[in-house]
Design a binder for this molecule. Structure first.
Ligand SMILES: [Zn+2]
Length: 210
């Protein structure tokens, strides 16, 4: 993917996978870019991004991510992997989306975390955006949270961009938890009182919090 310098919009990206790919990828950049590129008609697809994502992920050579960040109010929906490769511009957008919202610090997010979420989407059959409670945490933020709660680990995988705390609208937390465990990849923390599931790409383990 290439972008027009300074505009933040893709220039003339035309993936080979068909119109659904275009629709989902451009959802990342917004209607302004669509209009700029003369693709206003594609913008109609933005009204039903989940449907578009569902269509896109039906292809075997494609993985998509859909995130709503509850702290920043930002949404991100995009194909992040296709035909064997992660898409660098989309990974950059994911890094920004999952930044430490308290400090603004951006850290590379391990793309395997997106694969975990993709696996959960496949298991639950629900392609609605995940609601993000926590992504990357800077050392300063983690230290502050540790003072508030004994449940925050000193060397949290959140600090290395390898963990995410989520819930999934339309899916009971217990089912989300079961899907995460069912993948058998990385760590899974269940926090029913706080209404989220922690997932990371560290060693396989499981725990229950509050
Ligand atoms: Zn967590």
């Amino acid at each position: 993917m290439t972008r027009t310098p300074g505009s933040g919009c893709p220039s003339a990206y035309r993936p080979a996978g068909g119109p659904n790919v275009v629709r989902v990828t451009f959802a990342l950049f917004g209607r302004r870019c669509l209009l700029k590129l003369g693709l206003g008609a594609v913008g109609a697809g933005l009204a039903a991004p989940s449907l578009a994502l569902a269509q896109a992920t039906n292809g075997a050579d494609m993985r998509s991510v859909a995130l709503d960040n509850l702290h920043t109010g930002e949404s991100l929906q995009a194909v992040y992997w296709e035909q064997g490769d992660y898409i660098p511009d989309v990974l950059d957008a994911v890094n920004e989306h999952l930044r430490d919202y308290r400090t603004g610090d951006i850290h590379p997010i391990d793309p395997r975390l997106l694969d975990l979420l993709d696996g959960v989407t496949a298991l639950t059959g629900v392609s609605a955006p995940f609601q993000v409670i926590s992504g990357y945490r800077s050392p300063a933020t983690n230290a502050m949270l540790r003072e508030r709660s004994e449940e925050v680990a000193k060397k949290s995988f959140h600090m290395s961009g390898m963990a995410i705390d989520i819930r999934l609208p339309g899916v009971e937390l217990g089912h989300l938890h079961a899907a995460a465990l069912g993948l058998g990849r990385g760590g899974v923390g269940y926090y029913p009182e706080s209404n989220f599931v922690h997932m990371d790409v560290g060693p396989v383990r499981a725990w229950r919090g509050a």
